[in-house]
Design a binder for this molecule. Sequence first.
Ligand code: 3PG
Length: 209
Amino acid sequence: PPVDVLDRVTAARLVPVVVLDDAAAAPALADALVAGGLPVAEVTFRTPAAADAVRAMADHGGVLVGAGTVLTPAQVDEAVAAGARFVVSPGTSRAVVERCLEHGVAVLPGAVTATEVQAALELGLSTVKFFPAATSGGPAAVRALAAPFGGVRFVPTGGIGPDDLAPWLAVPSVAAVGGSWMVPRDLLAAGDFDAVRDLTAHAVALAAR
Ligand code: 3PG
């Protein structure tokens, strides 16, 4: 099952990174993402509403929902119990990864150096989040890491927007690109889901080029 989930993320090419302050917004957000053509969301554990938001997105049924900013095994348990189908962490934590593997849930740990990529490989993983992407060397850094790590797939996230999406997606080892630009926190707080839908559709159109 974890492999299927990462295949779906790869097929989507984009991962909207969401910070939700109110889980009540989750169904409308899910509708907006579906309408924008991107039925995927990484809901970050940065707000008290995170677990409830994951649950609401999972209950919606139309979106592949993951949990982001997962820093501890306890948060892995919380995310999985809420229905998260994948778990994203800013770094590579053995404890977090092992708990995900115990649950059989897909996990994307953060890695931007050769040492971090090797740590992920030793934990049995071959797809990592390249975070923070823009300040860690950009697309050239991913290309350089792909030379020794031919089987590794990267999900660059952090500091990427619509204007620099293309060079990231042009890297063969990039599975998908993550970012919050499609789902700005202020638009979510304002309930402007039409704007979220439009930003999402714009990103999907760029990624399809
Ligand atoms: C993340 O947690 O993946 C990042 O905060 C997303 O980075 P961005 O907000 O720069 O897209």
